[in-house]
Design a protein around this ligand. Structure first.
Ligand code: CP
Ligand code: NVA
Length: 309
């Protein structure tokens, strides 16, 4: 399958077959990762610009390490380092970077900014988290689920928390891979209507079910996977008090998880802020959060190896 030159802004534009290909590629690269053949450097001579307007541990480290292992070079470009942070436009940044690097990975606030990068870029753009989507995270999540459950299709994933970027991407990715998704959010924090409509469209094709509720117990009932994320996303720090109050009934506790299947797994993209799930759940045998974090490396390797020109 040839994905060379493609951008990755969300999983919306990737077919189930292309997602499956990237997951299989991740497994292939993961299997050889520890004994990586140093004479096999598929991205030798290629460079990746990494724009970060927000903090990152996993995305930055996994991408830099991936570029190193694949033989390429990554440049970390935070807002404090490049002119984008002091008024140069996305349009000009994109046109300049396109002439110097072979791909751009960007973590931005507004999703429109990664769309603007694509508009003016001649090299692939990879979304490393916007306010709307986090596709790299979901590739890692799908790989982790498949490793633990042996399949994706037919599983039920329950999301309890904020209906924003990670939730949106999970709805799209899971619906495409035939997984049921039950989303429980407080009223006013549901995923956007356009994301629900897209997820339902993809679910219709695979026979999956998408449910949106404000009832955390009903979302988690009989779930194979229980997932949450921080209640306070980057850029929302000024809303902390109001959001913690709104999400008080959406903390993932052992009691809530007792409604899931007995062999449920708990996932969290991290960073864990200690408000959204209890320590008992986070540290329990059900928790696979560090397998999930490690898989950020193997899946971004698959993405870079196949998309960069
Ligand atoms: N899950 C995730 O994207 O983590 P970072 O913010 O550390 O990159
Ligand atoms: N929803 C979180 C995800 C962090 C990886 C945020 O946007 O900050």
């Amino acid at each position: 399958m040839d994905l060379k030159g493609r951008s990755l802004l969300s999983l919306v534009d990737y077919t189930a077959e292309e997602i499956r290909f990237l997951l299989d590629e991740s497994k292939r690269l993961k299997a050889k990762f520890k004994a990586f053949e140093r004479n096999e450097l598929p991205l030798e001579g290629l460079t990746l610009g990494m724009i970060f307007q927000k903090r990152s541990t996993r995305t930055r480290v996994s991408t830099e390490v991936a570029m190193y292992y694949l033989g390429g070079h990554a440049l970390f470009l935070s807002s404090a380092d490049i002119q984008l942070g002091s008024g140069e436009t996305i349009k000009d940044t994109s046109r300049v970077l396109s002439r110097m690097v072979d791909g751009v990975l960007a973590r931005v606030y507004a999703h429109e900014d990664v769309e603007e990068l694509v508009k003016y870029s001649t090299v692939p753009i990879i979304n490393a988290l916007s306010d709307k989507y986090h596709p790299l995270q979901i590739l890692a999540d799908l790989l982790t689920i498949e490793e633990h459950k042996g399949r994706l299709e037919g599983l039920k994933l329950a999301w309890v928390g904020d209906g924003n970027n990670v939730c949106n991407s999970l709805m799209i990715g899971c619906a495409k891979m035939g997984m049921d998704v039950s989303v429980a959010t407080p009223k006013g924090y549901e995923p956007s209507n356009d994301t629900i409509a897209l997820a339902e469209e993809f679910a219709d094709v695979t026979g999956a079910n998408i449910t949106i509720t404000s009832n955390a117990v009903s979302a988690v009932t009989d779930a194979d996977i229980v997932v949450t994320d921080t209640f306070i996303s980057m850029g929302e720090e000024d809303q902390e008090k109001a959001k913690l109050a709104a999400f008080n009934d959406y903390i993932v506790t052992e009691e809530l998880c007792s409604n899931a299947k007995s062999d449920y797994v708990f996932m969290h993209c991290l960073p864990y802020k200690h408000k959204e799930a209890t320590e008992e759940v986070f540290e329990s045998d059900h928790s696979i959060v560090f397998d999930e974090a490690e898989n950020r490396l193997h899946t971004v390797m698959a993405v870079l190896n196949n998309l960069l020109r």
